[in-house]
Design a protein. Structure first.
Length: 219
């Protein structure tokens, strides 16, 4: 089910913290391959994005820093639940180990992705969905029809009485449903509604997805 989620409208995040301690140790022909790393992750407040921290000191040589950062990006971009990019998470490189001859950029990129993914799996990953705040005004004669139309989609509505000739609503809706909502309201009002749509960021994805609506009077 989650594998089909649209990446334009969904992200992954974590609700807790986790640690990934990984090593790559193998023989490649006559050459050895080695890299070790410890990565910690923890959740951030909604809207903070992704934060990368380096606390490994000299335990990982500077020449491998770019590969480590890329390994983090590899893990963040693919997620652990549905192949979605992660957001609102801190990834901190805490420690590492290397071998003068056997360590390489490729080995550190690989081990960092593995360690970051392991830490993310420990940190209670969850799905987020993009939401939009939609405001609409329309002639009051259409208020009942719009309320009935939205109610058929399990929209939670709080209504208010008004003596004015114009009614309106504010609805928080999954961004994936904005286009259909706009079409629905314009159809009910025969094109006489006005619409304003703003991004509302991301929120935990409810099951099933829903909308929260507040009806307002417009002077």
């Amino acid at each position: 089910m989650t594998a089909s989620l649209n990446q334009a409208f969904h992200r992954e995040t974590v609700l807790g913290s986790g640690v990934g301690d990984e090593r790559v140790v193998r023989q490649h022909g006559s050459l050895g391959v080695y890299a070790g790393i410890r990565v910690e992750v923890r959740s951030l407040a909604r809207g903070k994005g992704t934060v990368f921290a380096w606390n490994a000191g000299a335990n990982i040589p500077a020449r491998f820093a770019t590969a480590v950062a890329q390994g983090v990006r590899d893990a963040i971009s693919t997620g652990v639940l549905a192949g979605l990019e992660l957001t609102d998470v801190l990834v901190s490189v805490e420690d590492g180990s290397y071998h003068e001859e056997d360590s390489s950029e490729a080995a550190f990129r690989e081990v960092t992705q593995r360690a970051t993914t392991a830490a993310l799996r420990q940190a209670h990953p969850t799905l987020l969905e993009a939401i939009s705040v939609c405001r609409s005004t329309f002639p009051k004669e259409y208020a009942s029809a719009i309320e009935e139309s939205l109610s058929s989609e399990d929209v939670r509505i709080e209504s208010a009485q008004s003596e004015s000739q114009t009614s309106g609503f504010m609805v928080t809706v999954p961004t994936s449903r904005v286009d259909s909502l706009l079409q629905q309201i314009l159809s009910v009002t025969h094109g006489q509604a006005k619409f304003l749509i703003e991004s509302g960021g991301f929120r935990p994805r409810p099951e099933p997805p829903d909308m929260a609506t507040v009806w307002t009077s417009v002077p």
